[in-house]
Design a protein around this ligand. Structure first.
Ligand SMILES: Nc1ncnc2c1ncn2[C@@H]1O[C@H](COP(=O)(O)OP(=O)(O)O)[C@@H](O)[C@H]1O
Ligand SMILES: [Mg+2]
Length: 267
């Protein structure tokens, strides 16, 4: 599933449809007119320099920011098409707990730092009805193993974990409920380069094994290249280029993408 040409995009029904999203804090600041479809199992990278509107866009897609304009449709497990901003706040919360996951750049925004690693994972399961202590515990241990954390750490709080481990725990907490769509904002952001490589490898394997659809925001083109089927390049809130990852990075059309690829722009 790693290569875009292997996903039957044309044939499938979109999982997420994004139409004319606008959320402006000031002219050129925010997001202005973003459209795309995301298909099951597809990984879309959103790249652009700092301040280009990536995080604002992700907030609008994942229901944490209400856009000024535009619509987002999501096709759920029951094959119902949900209009993200026309369903109730509580229905949006249910989506976030069940079918979606959000991996924040800073683990502290996605974890409860003062409860144990096992509770961080079990809590998400409880939110979808998991009650049996033994099963919650077992799921916790299994998911710690999946993200390469020694299960003996299950009673330790994330505070005692390294940055890389915290990020892996955040991923486990998201994946335990079997989501179909994950939003990630600079998942390897504040980590050391060697730690980044390991996390990326893990992410790539998990996402492929589980067939997850992902919207991945990053300013790091190497991360985008490794994980994404398609890339959207943003500049000052607008999408300036959109295409298959290899095409965009190897043969960029827009002058801004050419600058990004040649690393002339600072991040
Ligand atoms: N809550 C806010 N209030 C005012 N301006 C904001 C707010 N959030 C973001 N911005 C501005 O919107 C622009 C896009 O920000 P952001 O989406 O965080 O970009 P990126 O994630 O690409 O770095 C930036 O100029 C930023 O300063
Ligand atoms: Mg950002």
């Amino acid at each position: 599933m790693m290569h875009a040409e292997q996903t039957p995009m044309e044939a499938a029904t979109p999982l997420l449809q994004v139409q004319g999203i606008r959320k402006l804090y000031a002219p050129g600041k925010g997001v202005d007119g973003v459209d795309f479809d995301l298909y099951p199992g597809e990984i879309l990278g959103i790249v652009g320099e700092s301040g280009s509107g990536k995080t604002t866009l992700l907030g609008c897609l994942s229901g944490s920011l209400i856009p000024d304009q535009g619509r987002v449709f999501y096709r759920n497990r029951d094959d119902r098409k949900l209009d993200l901003y026309n369903i109730s706040e509580s229905d949006r919360r249910v989506l976030l707990r069940t079918e979606w996951g959000v991996v924040h750049q800073h683990a502290r925004d996605g974890l409860r730092m003062s409860v144990s690693a096992g509770a961080n994972i079990g809590e998400r399961l409880m939110a979808v009805g998991g009650r049996h202590y033994g099963q919650l515990r077992e799921a916790g241990e299994n998911w710690l193993r999946e993200v390469e954390i020694d299960p003996v750490r299950i009673n330790d709080t994330p505070r005692t974990f390294s940055g890389g481990m915290q990020q892996r725990l955040q991923i486990a907490r998201n994946l335990v409920t079997g989501p179909r769509l994950i939003f990630m904002d600079e998942p390897t952001g504040g980590l050391d380069v060697s730690v980044q490589a390991r996390l990326l490898d893990l992410l790539r394997n998990l996402v492929m094994d589980l067939g997850l659809a992902v919207v991945l925001v990053t300013h790091d083109l190497a991360v985008a290249r490794l994980l994404s089927h398609r890339l959207m390049v943003m500049k000052q809130g607008k999408v300036v280029e959109h295409g298959l990852t290899d095409q965009v990075l190897d043969d960029p059309r827009h002058p801004y993408t050419q600058l990004l690829v040649s690393s002339v722009l600072g991040n």
